[in-house]
Design a protein around this ligand. Structure first.
Ligand SMILES: Cc1ncc(COP(=O)(O)O)c(C=O)c1O
Length: 451
């Protein structure tokens, strides 16, 4: 597969032209890759008005992912999520539906800020309330909510941070029956397309989906895709670039764009075979861990999520113990320790994790998990809360007040309480459990501003 962006930039770097254009480093190395860091000079095309090398490379990506259209993001899935929400709003206008979106409660905080900016209302799908990070929504629950609320769109996070995949095919069928657009935050699952058979949301019925290429493929941090599926309403396709333009920087990183471009060649080459091999090795490791008494969660092949309290470790303690052995995990909290693999990890590295875990002595199990949240009282919409004047106070002084911002650390950036909801005793207990000490709270006078 050709690599038009990378070829163009390498040609520029080799050509030695006098650089009287941005960036200011002029190709002189300080970090290393400056010679390849260019801007939108003639021939480099223009992201989101693409007709040259970028358009050609995006067509390659669309062919690889089997989409009707794929656009690059140099600003992560965060940008693509805002663009998807804008397209959902366009869909509401086109169909005369309410600007309302039904969303799995484990949505990333950028979903909330996107809804707030666009004035989209949210109806939460709580699923099985398994944990803050997972919420398995059943087709029955979705059916009930779509019947009752008639939202324009549905938003699911799959896979989630723990590696739990939603039942996309069954949920997509429910959405189709109700004429609701299905948006999937597949930030963690770009590679799913290259498993055999594919487990990518586009192949399971999603209309729109974002993939953080940088999370699971050999792509620089920030590289992501916005995909529009072949089932997506045709009227949305021409609006996709405008949707990205609305939120994107006008100075996209050409290092990231080259990285996405080169990834196409890797995806057309060795990656599927390497993935199959690593997934099989990880399957074997997971089976061995379970046989040795470890508890795992999730069904995503390249993620290994441990629930180590049964072995006497909190997730955070386990991550610290692994770090002492030179292994740095993706994420840990009191209950979970998440390890992410890609084809760039060798079989030896997978084995090294297995040895490190085997060497940790089992201790007395730690009881308990996060206190339940229940269904918090909604006082303001996400927009009403996020745009309201606020003050930052210690969590201990927040009882009865309304949250103004998601107030989460990243990772995992999944809110405990959603902005616009009232802090009650249960939420306070959860903030304590996850170590959140300071909160942004709507000023009392502004609580009355809406609804
Ligand atoms: C589930 C989920 N969605 C979206 C995002 C945002 O993706 P990005 O960092 O590519 O902007 C993240 C980031 O961690 C995520 O975990």
């Amino acid at each position: 597969m050709n690599t038009p962006i990378a070829d163009f930039v390498q040609g520029c770097a080799a050509g030695g032209a006098l650089r009287l254009h941005m960036p200011g480093h002029k190709g002189v190395p300080a970090l290393g890759p400056e010679a390849l860091d260019i801007t939108e000079i003639p021939g480099a095309d223009v992201l989101y008005h693409a007709s040259g090398v970028i358009a050609e490379s995006e067509k390659n990506a669309a062919a690889l992912f089997g989409s009707a259209k794929t656009l690059y993001s140099a600003e992560g899935s965060s940008l693509c999520i805002r663009a998807m929400l804008y397209l959902a709003l366009q869909y509401a206008h086109l169909t005369g539906k309410k600007p309302l979106i039904a969303a799995g409660r484990n949505a990333h905080s950028v979903f909330l800020s996107g809804c707030a900016l666009l004035g989209l209302e949210v109806s939460w799908l709580y699923g099985d309330d398994a944990s803050r990070l997972s919420c398995r929504v059943s087709p029955e629950e979705l059916e009930t909510v779509l019947e009752r609320e008639k939202p324009a769109a549905v938003y699911l996070t799959s896979p989630d941070y723990l590696g739990v995949c939603a039942e996309i095919s069954a949920l997509a069928a429910v959405c189709r029956r109700h004429g609701a657009l299905l948006l999937v935050d597949n930030a963690h699952g770009a590679y799913l397309r290259f498993l055999s058979p594919s487990r990518h949301p586009l192949d399971l019925g999603a209309d729109l989906c974002c993939d953080s290429a940088h999370k699971t493929l050999p792509v620089l941090t920030g590289g992501a895709y916005l995909h529009l599926s072949k089932s997506c309403p045709a009227a949305l396709l021409p609006a996709a670039e405008a949707a990205m333009r609305l939120f994107a920087s006008t100075s996209p990183s050409y290092l990231i764009l080259q990285s996405l471009d080169l990834c196409n060649a890797a995806l057309a080459g060795d990656i599927p075979a390497q993935l199959a091999e690593r997934a099989a090795q990880l399957d074997a490791l997971k089976a061995a861990l379970i046989a040795n008494g470890w508890t795992l969660v999730g069904d995503e092949p390249m993620k290994l999520t441990l629930c180590p309290k049964s072995r006497g470790y909190t997730g955070t303690e386990l991550a610290a113990a692994l770090q002492k052995k030179g292994i740095v995990c993706e994420f840990a909290d009191p209950d979970f320790c998440v390890c992410m693999f890609s084809p760039a990890n060798s079989a030896a590295e997978i084995a090294a994790l297995g040895r490190a875990l085997a060497a940790l002595p089992a201790k007395e199990s730690i009881p308990g998990g996060p206190p339940p949240l229940g269904r918090p009282e909604r006082v303001l919409s996400p927009r009403g809360a996020m745009l309201a004047p606020f003050e930052t106070l210690p969590a201990a002084q927040s009882l009865g007040r309304v949250l103004a911002a998601p107030n989460v650390s990243c990772p995992p950036a999944v809110p405990i309480l959603v902005c616009g909801e009232r802090v009650d005793e249960r939420a306070l207990a959860l903030f304590g459990y996850y170590g959140l000490e300071r909160l942004d709270l709507v000023l009392p006078d502004a609580e009355l501003g809406e609804d």
